[in-house]
Write a protein that binds this ligand. Structure first.
Ligand SMILES: *[C@@H]1O[C@H](CO)[C@@H](O)[C@H](O)[C@H]1NC(C)=O
Ligand SMILES: *[C@@H]1O[C@H](CO)[C@@H](O)[C@H](O)[C@H]1NC(C)=O
Ligand SMILES: *[C@@H]1O[C@H](CO)[C@@H](O)[C@H](O)[C@H]1NC(C)=O
Length: 195
C-alpha cells in the first residue's frame, strides 16, 4: 500500500518536472576550442565547434605506432559570476581505452565519460587505436540534465593533456560558460564553416 502511494507521488513529481519544460535552463556553452599536437603519436588533429553547444574532433593516429595507452589528464578552472574566487578541479583522469567501463554519473569525471561515450565514433572497445586511422568525436555536448542545475553561473577553462603510450601527445583547451538560457535555438545553430 505504502509503495503504491510512493509511486503515485513520484510520478506526479516527474510529470510536474516535465511540464516545466519552457523554464530557463542552465547550459554549458562553448566559446573556443583549440587542439595542439605535441608528438608524432597523432599525425593530424582537427578540433572545431559545431555549434555553441557541441564540438567535433577528428584524430588521426600517426603512421609509426599504434596507440596502446591513451590517457587524458584534465583540469577545469571555474570562474563563478560576480565572485573573485576561482575553483580548480585538477587531475581528472580519463582512460580512453576504458570508455565503456566507467558508468557512474555523480561525479565530474562520470559526466565527462558519459558525454564522450555519446560522441565517439568507431572507437575501439579495447585498445589499441590503429595506426594511420582517423577517429571521430561527433558533436560532443553536455545537456542540461548532465550538469547539476544548482551550480552557479560561471565561465570556465578546460585543459586536457592527452598522453599516448605515456608521452604527451595532444593538448586541448576549451573555454565557455554555464548560464541560464530560455531559448537555446541560437546556440544550437551550426556555426558557419570558416573559409
Ligand atoms: C564570461 O564570459 C563572457 C563571454 O565570454 C564575458 O563577457 C564575461 O565577462 C565573463 N565573465 C567573467 C566573470 O569572467
Ligand atoms: C596512411 O593512410 C593514407 C590514406 O589513408 C595512405 O595514403 C597512406 O599510404 C597510409 N600510410 C601507411 C604507412 O600505411
Ligand atoms: C526561439 O528563438 C527562435 C529564433 O530566435 C524563434 O524562432 C523561436 O520561435 C523561439 N522559440 C521559443 C519557444 O520562444
Amino acid at each position: 500500500m505504502r509503495r503504491r502511494y510512493y509511486n503515485f507521488w513520484a510520478s506526479a513529481l516527474l510529470m510536474a518536472m516535465s511540464l516545466a519544460g519552457g523554464e530557463p535552463k542552465k547550459l554549458i556553452v562553448f566559446d573556443t576550442i583549440e587542439c595542439a599536437i605535441k608528438s608524432s603519436a597523432f599525425s593530424k588533429v582537427v578540433c572545431k565547434l559545431y555549434s555553441r553547444l557541441e564540438f567535433n574532433a577528428l584524430l588521426t593516429i600517426g603512421e609509426k605506432e599504434f596507440a596502446d595507452k591513451v590517457l587524458g589528464v584534465c583540469e577545469v578552472q571555474i570562474y563563478p559570476r560576480g565572485q573573485k574566487k576561482i575553483t580548480r578541479i585538477k587531475n581528472l583522469r580519463l582512460d580512453f581505452c576504458q570508455l565503456k567501463k566507467h558508468t557512474e554519473k555523480r561525479s565530474v569525471l562520470g559526466i565527462y565519460y558519459q558525454a564522450l561515450r555519446r560522441a565517439v565514433v568507431d572507437f575501439p572497445k579495447k585498445c589499441p587505436f590503429q595506426k594511420n586511422t582517423t577517429y571521430a568525436v561527433n558533436r560532443l555536448h553536455l545537456g542540461w540534465q548532465d550538469v547539476p542545475q544548482y551550480l552557479p553561473e560561471s565561465n570556465f577553462t578546460f585543459r586536457g593533456k592527452i598522453y599516448v603510450n605515456d608521452e604527451l601527445a595532444l593538448e586541448v583547451k576549451l573555454t565557455g560558460g554555464f548560464f541560464e538560457i530560455r531559448n537555446d535555438s541560437v546556440y544550437r545553430k551550426p556555426l558557419l564553416e570558416s573559409a
